[in-house]
Design a protein around this ligand. Structure first.
Ligand SMILES: Cc1cc2nc3c(=O)[nH]c(=O)nc-3n(C[C@H](O)[C@H](O)[C@H](O)COP(=O)(O)OP(=O)(O)OC[C@H]3O[C@@H](n4cnc5c(N)ncnc54)[C@H](O)[C@@H]3O)c2cc1C
Length: 312
């Protein structure tokens, strides 16, 4: 006989843990599966200075530890394991853990996050947290009056370059193609910003620096007759080439956009499937912040409680 749950939460980032706090305080006896990255994306960073309630800032690991303890205090059952399959063809929904254990649940909160895409250079790992970032909103503040580079040519890259130009002394926008893919208005904003220099037809091949990023080696017009090596001095290297929402196993059951973000009803974590909610970065192509993820985790738990009340 498989275990029957009222509320299953998938993911242990700010969205999942916050959902667990609210669901356990509402007596839903939630079970949360942490996945391969207990604590989520924030455990990969050091300083977190923008999460309310920490006037001196904190570390990503400490913040996630605090959220976990808060959820456990109210009885959330937090387990190590991956959700590997989901069957929402009938209620209660069936969920498989680590390819073997099957559970049934009345409500499902998907909080599996989204992973930033990287170029795949070994230097990105080497300088992770020491000058390499995939989030201008999170880390831009550390580069006030410094020189940074942003990689990408789409709307996000232009937006991040514009945001960083408000803080940094200079921003290079490294674009592989000879044009920007971004919307016309975003292109204009970037091209007219005196602090931003667009390096068209440039590709990054490596980063330099002792302990932290101090420069980037680029190739201009790679493979062409006039190919040229270029070096720029920078203090920060920001990736803005997209994210991959961790939504693959849920795709047969919920709607996603072309990138894979789970579509929810505007202003709510409700998916098109009754009792199934999506919270945090997996459903958020716009903000992708710990506080917005936590807020939508709260909303998902409140929605789960209300949905269960209609069943009972
Ligand atoms: C380096 C870095 C620094 C950042 N700095 C800041 C900052 O300073 N301030 C800020 O507000 N934001 C910051 N962010 C962004 C912030 O981390 C995210 O917006 C936030 O973590 C999203 O929370 P989430 O709960 O949606 O998902 P995540 O934190 O991504 O967590 C997803 C969770 O889902 C789990 N999971 C995935 N698939 C499965 C599965 N199949 N089964 C079970 N579990 C699964 C994972 O193990 C993980 O626990 C930063 C991000 C990065 C990468």
């Amino acid at each position: 006989m498989s275990e029957k749950l009222r509320c299953l939460i998938v993911g242990s980032g700010p969205a999942g843990y916050t959902a667990a706090i609210y669901a356990s305080r509402a007596n839903l006896a939630p079970v949360l599966y942490e996945g391969m990255q207990p604590g989520g994306q924030l455990t990969t960073t050091t300083e977190v200075e923008n999460f309310p309630g920490y006037p001196e800032g904190t570390t990503g690991s400490q913040l996630m530890d605090d959220l976990r303890k808060q959820a456990e205090r109210f009885g959330a059952d937090i387990r190590f394991g991956m959700v590997t399959a989901v069957d929402c063809s009938q209620r209660p929904y069936k969920v498989t853990i680590d390819g073997e254990t099957e559970l049934q649940t009345e409500t499902l909160i998907i909080a599996t996050g989204a992973s930033a895409k990287y170029l795949g250079l070994p230097d990105e790992q080497r300088y992770s947290g020491s000058g390499v970032s995939a989030c201008a909103t999170c880390d831009g503040f550390f580069y006030r009056n410094k020189t940074v580079a942003v990689v990408g040519g789409g709307d996000t890259a232009c937006e991040e370059a514009g945001y960083l130009a408000g803080l940094a002394a200079k921003v290079y926008l490294i674009v592989r193609k000879d044009y920007l893919r971004a919307s016309r208005i975003m292109q204009e904003r970037v091209l007219q910003n005196p602090k931003i220099e667009v390096l068209f037809e440039h590709e990054t091949i490596g980063l330099t620096g002792e302990a932290v990023v101090q420069g980037a080696d680029l190739v201009k017009r790679r493979g062409k007759a006039d190919e040229e090596k270029v070096h720029i001095d920078i203090d920060g290297f920001f990736l803005a080439i997209g994210h991959k929402p961790n939504s693959d196993i849920f795709k047969p059951w919920v709607e996603t956009d072309e990138v894979g973000y789970i579509k929810t009803q505007p202003g709510s974590p409700r998916t098109k499937l009754p009792g199934v909610f999506a919270a945090g970065d997996v459903a958020d192509p716009h903000y992708r912040q710990a506080i917005t993820a936590a807020a939508s985790g709260c909303q998902a738990a409140i929605e789960a409680e209300r949905y269960l009340a209609t069943l009972e």
